[in-house]
Design a protein around this ligand. Structure first.
Ligand SMILES: O=C(CO)[C@H](O)[C@H](O)COP(=O)(O)O
Length: 322
């Protein structure tokens, strides 16, 4: 099939010049941002969109560029093709930090006077706590926070936010936390910082949950990010072997001295390198029934709203599941 090209697009026209299919990308700083794919209904089911995407992939390979899959078709294609993933642009550090900051700032606006608020853990939450502390000071908000880690508790207290333990409050109005991956159905993986057990307890105790992420964490399917498990040290070698036998590709989380990273509860962490998770609920159910696993990082049917930090315009997305 002969596609035509011009800057920013590959396309297919019929002899009369009517456009039948196209893929559009924005090229900047050696990144091809695939923003739109279209195939006329008369050509559907022939893999034309995939062939168009292949043109962009070839262009990236020839020029050494990376690809940012922004439209839903490209996102899905990248999520299921490991060869494409090698070319996937995941943002530079300054951009990601800015997006995290924007997400944290925007989410702080959801907190109201007199609320009891759960605060998650991680670098995005750091920006949230900063922004929230400013509001508490400037607007004399009277809020109480419950933190999911000592790191977050210390920061919040230092910046003037009242922190109590979960057992000292009778309810949580809202919890705001980061996430490691969020799929198209608003299911998530958390626990990159190893705090998933406390985070899940706080999330489940909360009337509403907001997740704050940079745009690169929005994926089509979960699993590229290792799935964290908190496990009891006693008998954990046997558990590790069981996970291996099941083909779940476990890896101990170790520090630079090759010692186990310990959780808040002095347990070990195992990360499952799964690739794509086709059935998150089935996997969560299986993991829930394995003795020795305290908690896993699949957070399913938990989040109500996702705030995606972007450099231009931060998005607030209600989590509507299919
Ligand atoms: O689940 C978490 C910690 O257990 C964090 O929320 C998650 O890892 C995101 O972290 P960051 O905001 O630093 O990217």
């Amino acid at each position: 099939m002969d596609f035509q090209s011009e800057p920013g697009r590959f396309f297919l026209n019929d002899p009369s010049g009517k456009m039948l299919a196209e893929i559009k990308y924005i090229e900047s700083d050696n990144v091809l941002d695939v923003v739109h794919t279209f195939v006329d209904s008369s050509l559907r089911g022939q893999g034309i969109a995939g062939k168009l995407l292949e043109q962009v992939v070839m262009k990236a390979r020839e020029s050494g560029a990376m690809i940012k899959p922004s439209c839903s078709f490209a996102k899905a294609a990248f999520a299921t093709n490991p060869e494409y993933q090698k070319l996937q642009y995941r943002g530079d550090e300054a951009l990601i930090a800015q997006e995290k900051k924007n997400a944290g700032k925007r989410a702080a606006e959801f907190v109201e006077d007199q609320m009891t608020v759960g605060l998650g853990t991680g670098s995005t939450v750091f920006y949230l706590v900063e922004a929230l502390a400013k509001r508490v000071k400037n607007e004399t908000l009277n809020i109480t926070a419950v933190a999911t880690s000592s790191r977050t508790a210390e920061l919040a207290q230092k910046l003037g936010i009242t922190v109590k333990s979960l057992d000292e409050v009778d309810h949580l109005d809202l919890t705001i936390d980061g996430a490691d991956e969020i799929d198209a159905n608003f299911q998530g993986i958390k626990g990159g910082g190893g705090a998933q057990t406390l985070e899940k307890i706080v999330a489940c105790a909360s009337s509403k949950n907001i997740w704050i992420v940079d745009e690169f964490k929005m994926v089509y399917k979960l699993g590229n990010f290792g799935l964290p498990l908190e496990v009891i040290p006693f008998g954990s070698k046997e558990l590790f072997a069981r996970l291996k036998r099941e083909g779940l590709k476990p890896a101990w989380r170790l520090d630079e001295n090759k010692e186990h990273v310990l959780t808040h509860n002095h347990n070990y962490l195992i990360d499952l390198r799964l690739g794509l998770i086709e059935h998150p609920h089935l996997l969560a159910n299986w993991l829930d029934h394995q003795v020795g696993i305290v908690e896993h990082g699949l957070f399913l049917d938990v989040v109500d709203t996702v705030v995606v930090g972007k450099s231009e315009k931060t998005e607030v997305i209600p989590a509507i599941r299919r």
